[in-house]
Design a protein around this ligand. Structure first.
Ligand SMILES: Nc1nc2c(ncn2[C@@H]2O[C@H](COP(=O)(O)OP(=O)(O)OP(=O)(O)O)[C@@H](O)[C@H]2O)c(=O)[nH]1
Length: 408
């Protein structure tokens, strides 16, 4: 009987225990989720099979050839950048340029005269187009020409002749009057004057050209441009840097020369300009070139010492033989002041030709007429810009046609 009671109690304990085991999980606390975090790339499971190609980290460099990217290890460290070894700069071989041909340059550059064209072409044409050409109109024509630096004497002459022709014609149209004006301007420029540069060798000796003028007129630049003109026309040239006063002048000249393959003779800074000029001519003779072109320092016409120095340069050069051409460089924008400079220069050295620079920067293209009339020396070249080939041989008809807007 007792054993039945013990068995019953054991059975009861088992049943109660099983019931509790089934019911208890319903009352457990649910698991709390970790707060949302930024999505992280799953850590690759370590496995030695099925390799996956990892995306290269941004900006990471591709591993050097021959090294396989590992998909198991962390991305390979970016190899340290090799030390930067600067490549030596390429050796600069100076390129010899082929200058533009000189024929027809004035026609090509006619647009550069635009400021003067406004006065001569548009301004004068407007006056000559008036229904009635009375005294007042002719006075205005005169004022316009004087304003364009033609000079009083030349203007009186030009307008007098034009007026007379208009009177004889009676009913000239504006176009006919413009053509008459052009004729008178050409006549005032003395188209018969010889404007050729004396740049050809004589008796087996190079022609010697001396370039003179006041400071900043454009001497060195013009020397460089003339060298190009000569080279373009088939001459061989030596340049003499006798502007030993301005430190940069010799360098500037050497650059111009290098561009067309010409040689430069230069002395140390502050050297005697006469001795540099002498050496340049000697070099030209020895090398058998066609032309020696000598740049001199800018000097004010009222500085006696400097003007004497210029006379000395010429005399010393002449020990080799005569100077064939002395070119006076005049800045067209200085207008009538340039005429006084010019007069003094002609007293010290025998100026044989004028180069009018910076005609592109002035409305006073009439200065060409005034210079020739006052000095009786031909304008041989005109500067129409800072470009290397912006120097044109002067031609009276082409110049006037460009000014008054006649067809080229
Ligand atoms: N617009 C224009 N500028 C010019 C012309 N010719 C020369 N120039 C400029 O004028 C300036 C002076 O020229 P340079 O050749 O140095 O003058 P320079 O007479 O040798 O000067 P110095 O040696 O100081 O007497 C430069 O900036 C040239 O580029 C031209 O025809 N037109």
């Amino acid at each position: 009987m007792e054993s039945y009671i013990v068995f019953g109690l054991v059975l009861l304990v088992v049943v109660i225990g099983a019931t509790l085991a089934l019911v208890a999980p319903r009352y457990r606390k649910p698991p709390t989720l970790p707060p949302p975090t930024e999505e992280k790339p799953p850590t690759p499971a370590p496995t030695e099979q099925a390799p996956t190609i990892e995306k290269a980290p941004p900006r990471a460099k591709a591993p050097p050839a021959g090294i396989k990217p590992s998909v198991i290890d962390a991305p390979p460290p970016v190899p340290a950048a090799p030390p930067v070894v600067e490549a030596p700069p390429p050796v600069e071989v100076p390129e010899v340029e082929v200058p533009a041909p000189t024929a027809g340059r004035l026609v090509r550059l006619r647009a550069r005269l635009s400021r003067s064209q406004n006065v001569f072409g548009k301004g004068l044409l407007a006056l000559l187009s008036r229904d009635k050409l009375d005294d007042d109109t002719w006075d205005e024509v005169e004022e316009t020409l004087i304003g364009a630096d033609v000079g009083v004497a030349a203007t009186t002459d030009i307008v007098g002749k034009l007026r007379e022709r208009a009177r004889i014609h009676g009913t000239a149209t504006a176009t006919e009057l413009r053509a008459m004006l052009a004729d008178e301007l050409v006549a005032a420029l003395d188209p018969q004057m010889d404007r050729t540069l004396a740049a050809r060798p004589q008796d087996g000796r190079p022609a010697v050209l001396l370039v003179v003028g006041v400071n900043g007129a454009g001497k060195t630049t013009t020397c460089g441009k003339i060298a190009r003109v000569l080279v373009a026309d088939g001459h061989t040239v030596v340049l003499g840097a006798a502007d030993t006063f301005r430190a940069a002048a010799a360098e500037q000249l050497a650059t111009w020369a290098g561009r067309v393959g010409a040689e430069v003779v230069r002395g140390p800074e502050g050297a005697d300009p006469a001795s540099v000029a002498f050496d340049a001519v000697k070099r030209g003779i020895d090398a058998g070139v066609d032309t020696v072109l000598i740049d001199t320092a800018g000097r004010l016409q009222n500085k006696v010492g400097l003007m004497d120095e210029l006379g000395k340069v010429k005399r010393v050069v002449e020990k080799h033989g005569p100077v064939d051409e002395t070119l006076l460089i005049l800045d067209a924008t200085t207008g009538q002041n340039g005429l006084e400079q010019a007069r003094v220069f002609t007293e010290v050295v025998d100026v044989t030709g004028v180069v009018l620079t910076k005609l592109d920067g002035t409305a006073k293209g009439g200065i060409v007429i005034a210079v020739q009339r006052k000095l009786g020396i031909p304008v041989k070249l005109v500067g129409l810009g800072e470009g290397p080939d912006d120097l044109a041989p002067f031609d009276a008809r082409q110049f006037v046609d460009a000014l008054v807007g006649a067809d080229a």
